[in-house]
Ligand binder design. Structure first.
Ligand SMILES: Cc1cc2nc3c(=O)[nH]c(=O)nc-3n(C[C@H](O)[C@H](O)[C@H](O)COP(=O)(O)OP(=O)(O)OC[C@H]3O[C@@H](n4cnc5c(N)ncnc54)[C@H](O)[C@@H]3O)c2cc1C
Length: 391
């Protein structure tokens, strides 16, 4: 371990100790989470189950932000550097552990991912070999296996590209997920306040002591956790606590219910498709970036191009029109990596802002509980500290 890394870890530990120990040591702490998306809901669930008094406040409805407009694929497929890949793999495992804690987990959908790529097959084979060498489960499918697994798929669209299968990947319904976790949190004593915007973070000296909501109510807290996703740089947050963001937006197209047998996520060169419940399919393309405030309709060129690509892969879509179009805005910190941890120089405040939040939420919630309740700094978070934005 280099001196720099060791120093970083020591400083992280010291920051956590100094910022959270005094209040947690002498009285039961009150933690307020701003934001009831997948990240805030996951944290509230873990805190409430740990017996910590917690209040969740959201300006709108539960998971009505980015979480409601997500492809919601639980994976660690294309995540670099290695440390970020490992964090996502831990997220995949945490999802399975979490779902086993519920008698029913209607948000959880297994089936794996089928992928092929355009371009150099040797390069793709190397990518899969690299993933496998990291312990990631990936298999090759021959045309017969592909037909067995996804009979609706047009094999001609694949051509002679090598096809990989990732059996441990899944997708979730983020709103259902958040609702279940917050319902459980309430049963364990959490308060959940919706349709109430936080308009001010209250500070005394170098410590956050609570916040104010739009109805004028003052809420006291020992620790405020910012789970506002793409809004982590909004005006209600003092500049020294804001996370610099570079959000991008994606277009999601939902079909009407269709008679199909697709159970997998299809990750193809031109389009990404997955089931979305009740026979609906969700169609998007990760690389297609749109304006966050763009308005789309069934004849928009982007929609027609997505549908054409999807029809090539799944001919059953040939006469299908989109039922709903949605634009989702990604919660991406300025350097693309998560921002999780306290802010330098200010006590009682913690940020949990990340893209890939659907995959990561249950795991980062566990890490955060360890840090702010048990004062156990988690080394997994060392590269993702917000303080990197403030040096
Ligand atoms: C098109 C698209 C595709 C994606 N695909 C995937 C994927 O396949 N896999 C994956 O893992 N991730 C994916 N993501 C990313 C993932 O959806 C997000 O990282 C995740 O939903 C973020 O959740 P969150 O809880 O942090 O934010 P949000 O769901 O946005 O929740 C934040 C909440 O904070 C509330 N809030 C904000 N300001 C205030 C305030 N002042 N007062 C009170 N409340 C406030 C908002 O109302 C909102 O409900 C995708 C995102 C997009 C847009």
């Amino acid at each position: 371990m280099s001196v720099l890394v060791a120093t970083n870890i020591f400083l992280s530990a010291l920051t956590l100790f100094v910022q959270f120990l005094p209040s947690t040591y002498f009285s039961p702490i009150m933690i307020i989470i701003i934001g009831a998306g997948v990240v805030g809901a996951s944290l509230a669930f873990q805190l409430a189950r740990a017996g910590v008094p917690v209040k969740v406040i959201d300006a709108g409805r539960i998971a009505g932000g980015t979480s409601a407009s997500s492809f919601a694929w639980v994976n660690s497929h294309d995540k670099t550097p290695r440390i970020y890949h490992d964090l996502n793999v831990a997220g995949m495992h945490a999802h399975r552990t979490l779902r086993s804690q519920f008698a029913a987990a209607p948000w959880w959908h297994e089936g794996g991912t089928i992928e092929w790529r355009a371009g150099d097959p040797a390069r793709y084979r190397q990518k899969i070999a690299d993933l496998q060498s990291w312990g990631y489960v990936a298999q090759w499918l021959d045309p017969h296996q592909l037909r067995e697994l996804a009979p609706d798929l047009n094999q001609a669209a694949v051509g002679d590209a090598p096809v990989a299968f990732f059996p441990e990947e899944a997708w979730i319904d983020p709103v259902v997920y958040s609702h279940y976790l917050l319902t459980d949190a309430r049963e364990h004593g959490a308060q959940v306040v919706t349709h109430q915007a936080v308009i001010e973070i209250r500070q005394q000296g170098h410590k956050v002591v609570g916040l104010r909501t739009a109805d004028g109510t003052l809420h006291d807290a020992d620790i405020v956790v910012n789970c506002t996703g793409r809004y982590a740089d909004q005006a209600a947050i003092p500049p020294i606590l804001r996370i610099p963001m570079t959000p991008t937006a994606g277009l999601l197209l939902f079909t009407p219910p269709l008679a199909h047998g697709l159970r997998q996520i299809l990750y193809t060169p031109q389009v990404h498709i997955r089931p979305d419940g009740a026979g609906r399919l969700l169609i998007c393309r990760n690389e297609l970036e749109v304006a966050a405030d763009a308005q789309f309709h069934a004849r928009s060129p982007e929609v027609l191009a997505l549908l054409a690509a999807a029809r090539e892969v799944l001919p059953l879509l040939r006469d299908v029109e989109p039922e709903v179009l949605r634009v989702g805005v990604r919660a991406i910190p300025a350097d693309q990596l998560p921002a999780i941890g306290p802010s330098p120089g200010i006590g009682g405040y913690y940020s949990a802002i990340t893209h890939s939040g659907v995959t990561l939420a249950p795991y980062i919630a566990e890490l955060i509980v360890d840090e702010i309740v048990h004062q156990r700094p988690r080394l997994e978070l060392t590269p993702f500290r917000p303080q990197r934005f403030f040096v």
